[in-house]
Design a protein around this ligand. Structure first.
Ligand code: SF4
Ligand code: SF4
Length: 446
């Protein structure tokens, strides 16, 4: 007699309905930022938003042409820039690297071009073998990258040399002068960088990545894998998050890996996989190790990253430097006028009997157009300055430094020191500037 054992009824596997697609696809968001920052990168030197002209020793900032001697403005601009970079690293970690850095933008772009070139050759070379297609794709890719490298090197070099001057050298294929050699060298480096190095630069050469490690703390924004343990673990080990990572890491090992540029591609990958199974993704942007659910209950300033006093102090320092910069820019004079007495000789008696004192005059036109400066004297009847022309005409960027005679008729008033004012007014200035001076004469005529 055989005993038949009934198999237990199969348990029904419950499959959750798929979730709607995630609200923010970080790859798409990043591409929009890349376009905006690429346009800003190209426009900055041409619109003088930020540029350091080495041969002319001029610093261009927000449309202002600053002379190297304008220390206060350059100091405030540099300090502000430094604190913006530091604050970004402390609060947002390596977000700059993946969303705004030209190296990342062009590395990803060159990868897209490479993939596009492979697709491009398929149709015209239908009958050809895989080897021939691979060579053709490489040819197309290198040709596009060569043209792009010339353009990118031109833009980059324009941050340090006058763009029109540089364009002239490029059109005349100048490989002899310093500017031409610099342009050619930068082009070659750009080409090699975006064909061979790409994101490897971020983990090997770039010092910013290492500085991040020093600046970040337990509240810094990072990309974090947050899953349960044991039975409660939701990860299905599909490893899609690892495959999409251009930096070649597994974010599940630790959120504090120096290679991670916080791009969010692994977040998209995990969401894409798990949402089909009816579960949200397991990788998120997080403030330190704070769980995502806890962040949603926090006040707005914490959700914006102001999570401790250090961050508030940094913000206040940035406001200080920004205010200082605004103040020194508003006080800036486009045409510099400096008037000082030259007391090597107290006075001279001229052939015609007039008395002359020597004045050191320094004028500088810090604008991009021709300007005129008119000078005159108050408090000394019949006095004038021995200038070739008055007003003095200054070309854009021109400096004028002279020792000139301030002449006046002899006065029999029993005084040898006369208090006077020299006034100056440049084109476009609403009022004249006055410099208090003394005019020294002999007490009596010889
Ligand atoms: S993509 Fe998500 S589910 Fe897949 S291995 Fe990574 S963390 Fe696990
Ligand atoms: S681990 Fe994720 S966030 Fe970090 S670099 Fe890789 S894909 Fe980007």
């Amino acid at each position: 007699m055989s005993i038949q054992i009934e198999a237990p009824p199969k348990s029904k596997i419950e499959r959750l309905p798929p979730l709607p697609p995630q609200e923010t696809v970080y790859k798409r968001l990043r591409k929009r930022f890349h376009l905006a920052f690429f346009l800003a990168f190209v426009a900055a030197p041409f619109l003088n938003i930020m540029r350091f002209d080495i041969p002319r020793q001029r610093f261009y900032f927000a449309g202002f042409e600053l002379w190297i001697s304008e220390f206060a403005i350059i100091f405030f601009a540099m300090m502000l820039l430094m604190f913006v970079i530091a604050a970004s690293a402390i609060i947002h970690g390596r977000i700059y690297c993946s969303y705004a850095c030209p190296q990342m933008i062009f590395s990803e772009w060159s990868q897209s071009v490479e993939a596009w070139a492979k697709r491009m050759v398929q149709q015209p070379l239908k009958a050809a073998g895989p080897q021939a297609k691979a060579w053709a794709a490489k040819g197309v890719f290198y040709a596009v990258l060569a043209v792009a490298s010339v353009f990118l090197a031109f833009v980059f070099t324009s941050y340090f040399l006058e763009p029109r001057d540089l364009l002239g050298r490029l059109l005349h294929l100048d490989f002899v002068t310093v500017g031409g050699i610099t342009g050619a060298t930068v082009t070659l480096i750009t080409f090699l960088d975006f064909t061979l190095v790409r994101q490897k630069f971020c983990t090997t050469v770039c010092p910013y990545g290492y500085i991040q490690g020093m600046l970040q703390d337990k509240h810094t924004l990072l990309v974090s894998y947050q899953d349960g343990t044991g039975e409660a673990k939701d990860c299905i080990e599909c490893k899609k998050c690892v495959r999409v990572c251009e930096m070649g890491i597994d974010i599940r090992d630790s959120p504090f890996q120096i290679e991670c540029v916080h791009c969010g591609d692994c977040i998209d990958a995990c969401e894409d996989v798990l949402r089909k199974l009816g579960k949200p993704g397991l990788i998120h942007y997080a403030w330190g190790e704070t769980p995502k659910a806890a962040v949603l209950l926090e006040p707005w300033y914490k959700r914006w990253g102001f999570r401790d006093a250090k961050r508030v102090v940094i913000l206040l320092i940035m406001v200080f430097y920004l205010t200082g910069l605004g103040l020194v820019l508003s006080l800036r004079r486009p045409v510099l006028v400096e008037i000082n007495p030259d007391r090597a000789t107290l006075f001279k008696v001229l052939d015609d009997g007039r008395i002359a004192n020597l004045i050191r005059l320094k004028l500088a036109n810090r604008t991009g157009k021709t300007s005129q400066v008119r000078l005159w004297v108050e408090g000394l009847p019949g006095a004038d300055l021995a200038l070739q022309t008055n007003p003095v005409v200054l070309q854009p960027g021109e400096s004028y430094e002279r020792t000139v005679e301030l002449r006046a008729p002899f006065m029999q008033d029993g005084q040898d020191v006369h208090h006077i004012r020299i006034l100056s007014q440049a084109d476009g200035a609403r009022k004249a500037d006055a410099e208090d001076m003394t005019f020294i004469t002999p007490l009596k005529r010889n």
